[in-house]
Ligand binder design. Structure first.
Ligand code: FAD
Length: 379
């Protein structure tokens, strides 16, 4: 049997690992458009961006691993078309070269996402986005004492860049169109703590407005952190069902029985949440990839893990489990003191109809299991 994986990111490389760990000894082709070995992206806005971590530490495996495990790793190779009827992936080297036709019996799509770009019209210098190691290397060079860094978007990436930039001594302005950063995910009760954290560290946080060209004119670097779009064109052009991501069932199978999709692109029918969800987080990429790999080998497992993410900003580390979803929550219960600037540790529980639907901790690493186990319990 031959398995082809398109996308040599975290999910793609994790699937390869799981296939070999489960004893699959057949052919594996892993296609990646980037020229780098598969790597984890969280350090790109944290330790690596701050110069505290080397790129090698972010790699899923070193080069020797792929050789030892007999993985046909094709880097700098873009999949351009999938023929579902004849089960062939067409690919070509990035920058030109001989095209390749790669037959498969099982195909896994793990093509990730692309950041949205900022469209300010004329009069504003170029802005950058942060998705790849090359972006992070470029941005790192700009984070110097006294440099003016403008960040558009107060989501996770925008705030992590703000934290790195302040710690490098740069002057930072964050423009967030909502009333609070992270409000859509956390709600006002906890989002306000993140606003306090950043203001306390000297970030000029401009809320409820979009930047004008004049606002951005003095910036040495403009970072657009306004969300991502899942890379679905390959799947869509092949005729797979796509709607805000590649549609997959609970076992991560697409509308074609021989094709699975995982990670940032997968819009999954989630058995516990009872609705579709597409999750753009590290844990989801890893855990979905493992299940899809086992299902490609004949298992019949469902992916029913609660969404999870983490962030590190300044001295604050947090983990969040669950998903409030479109139904929202009735109230939040916060346990513990919340002066995050002073390093307080606390736990928060989002409750709907007397049941915990999401939970997080800040600076309380003993609480990882507690918050996970709390989901679905009465409170
Ligand atoms: P990706 O990692 O994006 O990998 C997809 C790969 O597929 C890419 O290398 C791409 O080039 C390749 N590809 C795309 N199309 C093709 C094609 N046609 N042919 C060949 N190759 C192709 N999550 C957290 O939970 N916590 C964090 O703190 C956190 N921090 C983050 C910080 C940054 C800066 C970024 C960018 C993301 C962060 N994330 C974090 C999110 C997490 O990294 C992603 O959810 C995860 O990388 C998704 O994995 P993936 O394999 O689906 O996609």
């Amino acid at each position: 049997m031959s398995i082809v994986i398109v996308g040599a990111g975290l999910a793609g490389a994790t699937a390869v690992t799981e296939l070999r760990e489960k004893g699959y000894s057949g052919e594996i082709v892993l296609l990646g458009a980037e020229k780098h070995l598969p790597y984890e992206r969280p350090p790109l806005s944290k330790g690596f961006l701050m110069g505290e971590q080397e790129f090698d530490e972010a790699l899923v495996h070193d080069q020797a691993w792929y050789f030892d495990e007999d993985v046909d790793l094709r880097l700098g190779m873009l999949a351009t078309r999938i023929d579902l009827a004849s089960k062939v992936v067409h690919a070509e080297p990035v920058g030109g070269g001989e095209p390749l036709d790669i037959p498969y019996e099982q195909l896994l799509l793990a093509t990730g996402a692309t950041p949205r770009v900022l469209d300010m019209g004329g009069g504003v210098g170029p802005s950058m986005t942060l998705r790849t190691i090359d972006d992070s290397i470029t941005l790192r060079k700009s984070l110097k004492p006294g440099a003016h860094v403008a960040i558009v978007g107060g989501g996770w990436i925008g705030l992590e860049v703000a934290s790195a930039a302040r710690q490098a001594g740069a002057e930072v302005t964050v423009f967030e169109s909502g009333d609070l950063p992270l409000e859509r995910v956390l709600g006002p009760e906890v989002a306000t703590l993140f606003a306090d954290l950043h203001r306390g560290h000297g970030v000029d946080l401009r809320l409820g407005s979009r930047p004008t060209p004049a606002d951005l004119s003095g910036a040495d670097v403009i970072v657009a952190a306004i969300g991502v779009t899942p890379n679905v064109s390959l799947a869509e052009e092949a005729g797979l069902a796509v709607d805000n991501g590649v549609l997959v069932d609970a076992s991560l199978r697409t509308s074609d029985a021989n094709v699975f999709a995982v990670g940032d692109i997968a819009n999954q029918e989630h058995p516990l949440l009872g609705r579709r969800i597409r999750v753009e987080h590290w844990d989801n990429a890893i855990e979905q990839a493992k299940i899809a790999a086992r299902n490609m080998l004949g298992a019949h497992e469902q992916y029913d893990r609660q969404p999870y993410f983490f962030t590190d900003q300044y001295d604050l580390g947090m983990e969040y489990v669950g998903n409030v979803g479109p139904e929202g929550y009735d109230h939040v219960e916060i346990e513990g003191p919340t002066k995050v600037l002073e390093g307080d540790a606390f736990r928060a529980f989002w409750i709907r109809s007397g049941t915990v639907v999401a939970a997080m901790h800040a600076n309380d690493w003993d609480a990882s299991d507690v918050i996970r186990d709390s989901i679905g319990t009465a409170r």
